[in-house]
Design a protein around this ligand. Sequence first.
Ligand code: UD2
Ligand code: MN
Length: 358
Amino acid sequence: MTHSVRDFSVLSRPCSLVVFLSAVHLLVALYYVLYSPETLSFLPYFKEAFSNTGLPTNRSRNDGMFVTSAQSKEPSPDETTSLPSAAPQSCPETPPRLVGPHHVEFSNPVSLELVRKENPEIQEGGRWRPKDCTARQKVAIIIPYRHRKTHLKYWLYYLHPILQRQQLDYGVYVVNQYGETTFNRAKLMNVGFTEALKQYDYDCFVFSDVDIVPADDRNLYKCYNQPRHLSVALDKFGFRLPYERIFGGASAMNKEQFTKINGYPNNYWGWGGEDDDVSNRLSIRGLSISRPDSIIGRCRMITHTEDTNNAPNPKRFDQIKHTRETIDRDGLSSLQYRLVSVEKCPLYTNVTVDVGTP
Ligand code: UD2
Ligand code: MN
């Protein structure tokens, strides 16, 4: 008996060491389970599951609701459940799978089914992010739109693969002007900025016409230290800038740059002038325009005739003379619109908005 007791005491030291090490192991494992990025990325869904009373919805409507920019709610965390969760390392500065110049043509029609088939990773609402690295920027692409379905299909067909190769965490927002009143491209941009921020915490905004497609994927659709003009060498203009201060077509501004200029003006109805007003806003606020060179900046524009209800704005020449007086009172600060619907289509988010009349 004494002998066996002595035996146990010989064992007790290694045993307690084993128990101690197991406890440490358990605690470390528990820590990783609770605080790993995967678990954290599930938390919002747990929260939603416990707080949700109805069915999950991918469509929000507020017919008849009048929205001002001041009412825009806090950016919500990404609510798109099937996107890959953030990877630990950030994506390389230069995306590795770019192809450089590529062929762009608008002769054979493309269908949305084809675009979906060729881009199986795009999530509803036109959202995508890389799965093997964390994108350097969260980019909302804002497209002013009305009655240009054929152009939109080409745009989606060419741009989705390019934006994926550029490793951006991006979403496509088609801002569709409701009704048949005079078109207001600039106001649609302000609505796109405001509505995209309600969906996700974007830090960069690319504003692009629906008919412009880059012909070189090294032309990164992201933001830079200065506002970026992207469509610098358009076929329409003989592959060069028609004038130095041009900022129309496709351009990118981060949140800070865009709010610094108070966004786009809301009072340019019909064709023209609004892009030059933004260019004035940039120089008034001490910002300059950055651009890729004319090789990387090659773009194609789909040729088209004048749209109905978008005749040249006769007031534009006078308006662009007065940007200095209007910049503070006309823009994001005075934005008012009636949101008709926000619909998450498979390849883009369709924001339909009543912007009113002149
Ligand atoms: C030039 C500018 C453009 C804008 C416009 C004057 C370039 C390369 N482009 O383009 O940025 O400043 O002049 O407003 O400098 N849209 C519709 N439906 C309509 C009308 C317009 O969807 O009924 C949208 C669409 O995205 C279109 C954009 O507005 O691409 C600009 O209109 P545009 O294509 O008629 O103007 P454009 O080509 O002269
Ligand atoms: Mn055009």
